[in-house]
Design a protein around this ligand. Structure first.
Ligand code: DAH
Length: 371
């Protein structure tokens, strides 16, 4: 039976509500049955026509017949109903109908999944290394990637024109010639300048690690990238010794590569540390033998030496402290050690990736292996 507007005798709120709901349900049901444009037109005519449409009938039957005291309430109710019916008719559209299964929602189907991102292997490695030092009480500092000559070189005891500058093939920002040399901008070649920024703002004692991006004018190949990542470390206090450096880094290497790796320090040179060293860990791929597998194949990551170089380090050069002396870093009173490591190289070794470029090409098939 198609819906017909009933006469109302009972004008109580409950009865009005019931009549309105029946009307809405009927309209919804009819709107769901629209299968063609002509159905849509009939629906509209049946419900909305000025002359004898259902809304007009309701107006006549429910409002005009209402007893005086119920008029106000019935009026409000009818107005709400008109809005609702108009919405339903406006929203009605042609549907294919028929197959009930096609229209119903199968709530057992999996929902639409949004792909979730994964931590990039470089960031993951960085966080792991930073985490090891945080457990030792180190805090994290960061600094600008676009740096001045002063912070990248001069205050780290690379005097202007000193040949030590040639060890870091720097990318310079254009049009800086009119500035004094120490103010000229460049892309930092290492995270060491943040040692200076930190000592300028924090008084000793300090223990910090500094993760970040660095750039060098190196053509890209399997082991080089003009952009890569480093983590710097700096500890300054009274009576810090080379023994503290060795103990700290030995502990860190065992946390990162496993408790059975050995560490080994070889003398080196960096302008900002004296003495300086390179830290090697026993190869965590071949266990230090230089050979792999039953057939004694040569171990490539350690080039058959059994040792892998992981970082540079040393005792902070007193000349560096001179640049921040006014903030409590009198080289006669404090001493410290520093270290810096290449994150990308460690990530390559750790995950057995053979081309650094893969880290920066954004190929989801490669990156999703870390998801
Ligand atoms: N900044 C050096 C580089 O990029 C690495 C380094 C060596 C950092 C020794 C240090 C350090 O803090 O003590 O080659």
């Amino acid at each position: 039976m198609p819906y017909a507007v009933p006469k109302l005798t009972d004008y109580s709120p409950a009865a009005l509500e019931k009549a309105a709901n029946e009307c809405i349900s009927a309209c919804q049901a009819e709107a769901a049955e629209v299968r063609s444009d002509s159905d849509l037109k009939s629906l509209r005519d049946r419900w909305m026509a000025r002359k004898n449409g259902i809304l007009t009938q309701i107006n006549d039957l429910w409002l005009k017949g209402a007893p005086k005291e119920a008029k106000r309430d019935a009026g409000m109710r009818v107005n709400e109903l008109k809005v609702r019916i108009t919405e339903l008719v406006d929203a009605a559209h042609v549907t294919s109908g028929g197959d009930a299964a096609a229209e119903s929602v199968d709530i057992s189907l999996p929902g639409i999944r949004r792909p979730i991102g994964a931590e990039h292997p470089i960031i993951k490695t960085m966080n792991e290394i930073v985490g090891v030092f945080q457990k030792l009480g180190y805090s994290v500092a960061e600094g600008p990637v676009v740096e001045t000559d002063y912070y990248n070189f001069e205050a780290l005891n690379f005097p202007p024109n000193h040949p030590a500058r040639d060890t870091q093939d720097t990318l310079f920002i254009a049009n800086q010639q009119s500035k004094p040399q120490r103010e000229r901008l460049l892309l930092r070649t290492h995270t060491s300048p943040v040692q200076i920024h930190t000592m300028e703002t924090m008084r000793p004692p300090i223990r910090i690690v500094i993760p970040g991006k660095v750039h060098r004018n190196d053509p890209p190949d399997a082991s080089h990238s003009p952009m890569f990542h480093q983590i710097e470390g700096l500890a300054v206090d009274t009576n810090i010794t080379f023994g503290d450096l060795k103990g700290t880094l030995d502990h860190a290497m065992k946390s990162l590569f496993g408790s059975n790796v050995k560490t080994h320090f070889r003398p080196s040179f960096f302008p900002f540390t004296e003495p300086s060293a390179e830290l090697y860990v026993s190869c965590f791929i071949c266990g230090g033998s230089g050979k792999r597998g039953a057939d004694n194949a040569p171990c490539r990551p350690c080039k058959q030496t059994g040792w892998i170089e992981v970082l540079g380090c040393g005792m902070v050069d007193p000349n560096v402290f001179e640049f921040v002396k006014d903030n409590g870093y009198d080289p006669k009173k404090v001493s410290g050690f520093a270290f810096g490591m290449g994150v990308d190289r460690l990530a390559l070794l750790k995950y057995g990736v053979d081309d650094i470029q893969l880290f920066f090409q954004g190929d989801v098939r490669f990156l999703e292996q870390w998801a």
